[in-house]
Design a protein around this ligand. Sequence first.
Ligand SMILES: Cc1cc2nc3c(=O)[nH]c(=O)nc-3n(C[C@H](O)[C@H](O)[C@H](O)COP(=O)(O)OP(=O)(O)OC[C@H]3O[C@@H](n4cnc5c(N)ncnc54)[C@H](O)[C@@H]3O)c2cc1C
Length: 424
Amino acid sequence: MDVVGGSVGSVGSDVSDESSESNAVDGTAVAAGSAMTADGGRTEGDDRRTNAGDGRRVAVVGAGAVGVTAARDLAAGGAAVTVFDRGAIGSGSSGRAAGVLYDAYAGDVDAAIGDRALERFRERSGEGGFEFVECPYVFLAREGDEKRARAIEEGVERMRRHGRDVSLLSPDELGGRFPLRVDDVAVAAVAANAGWTDPASYASMMADRAAAAGAKFRTGRAVDLRIDPPGIVVDGEAEAFDAVVVAAGAHTKRIFERAAVRIPLKPYRVQALTSGVEYGGPMCHDATAGMYLRPHPTGLLAGDGTEPVEADPDEWNRDADDWFVDGIRDGVRERVGRELRVERAWAGLCTATPDGNPLLGELRPGIHVAAGWQGHGFMRAPATGEAIAAAVLGDRSRAPPGAFDPTRFDGTERFEIAEGMTIE
Ligand SMILES: Cc1cc2nc3c(=O)[nH]c(=O)nc-3n(C[C@H](O)[C@H](O)[C@H](O)COP(=O)(O)OP(=O)(O)OC[C@H]3O[C@@H](n4cnc5c(N)ncnc54)[C@H](O)[C@@H]3O)c2cc1C
């Protein structure tokens, strides 16, 4: 069970024909190996390099939240990192995400990943334009929706067993604590360890940190993968690396396909919008309505709008559908008692796997994959990026959990796309 949200601050620019290479993502020269950060020369222990990577050449394909986190940790761990992106930093799903962050996971592995991710978000808050805004996360089921009501009660029990600060609230308690309409609420819960952010600001801040630790960025060119020996292919030219991390979001399956490796991963559309409606309440996932909302600098951000159909990552509708906007209009009226004024509405892609767990780890010798987040990729990026970097560096203390091992599938699996935010 779990829930997500959706936002967009500054989305990276679309794919450009210009390629660029720099180890300073903001155009400021930063010496490789320097502990200087890119935002004014502050020295941070966390950005100091260790030598675990021992100069190993590592390519990271994808400068989304996961790729830039992995790049930062790899470079800080002593690897010689080059990040490739077909577009700009954060121009994939990370730049379209809602930025809803929480640790309310019922599974032990997920709870640990969620907890670690929030810890790292908080550590970075205030750096380079990135802000983690503390905000409780409410999830609820409406009267008549017994299935989800039961799932919330059982899920909260399991979350608490895994040490999550989550509690059930009666409708009266919910209405007493938060400015939400509660007359139709059957069961609600609140997770205290939660907050929101502008996802694009995280990608940009972490890319700066990666550059400060010595990573190079080559953006504006789509690359292909070479499996054996590990490497990437840019403009028809192969470049060898000791290891490659493919964190290419919705394109990950296609990149592997072109290298004759099958992985079970399906991109699908989800949607979000912002509205000028004033909202100072908690983040709230109305599981029955299939909608979440959170405060936003201009008022309110709401989303979900899952279309559980495999999307073509090169050709999909980036605009929100009318049915989605209409559903949010009703949901906001019912939950917040306000009329929606849409400022901006958009769609983006998430990725599904057969069992809902990510593909995170080494798939072939030297070839690592980090994808399949089922709608929860941004909020877990600080931990999953760290885990894939640890796997490359041979640091078992932070390596990905066995449940995420990508070799658990052979790539031929048939499966339906399950909504990431489903509570059942
Ligand atoms: C509307 C919406 C709302 C969402 N809300 C949330 C939320 O609130 N919380 C949450 O946790 N998650 C949310 N998500 C999901 C989240 O956006 C993703 O799970 C997460 O951003 C994935 O990050 P990533 O780094 O794996 O992939 P991406 O951010 O997609 O990065 C992949 C990068 O790879 C690059 N790339 C692709 N192919 C190539 C190639 N051949 N060569 C070079 N580069 C390539 C792309 O340009 C891209 O920059 C939301 C998603 C959407 C669309």
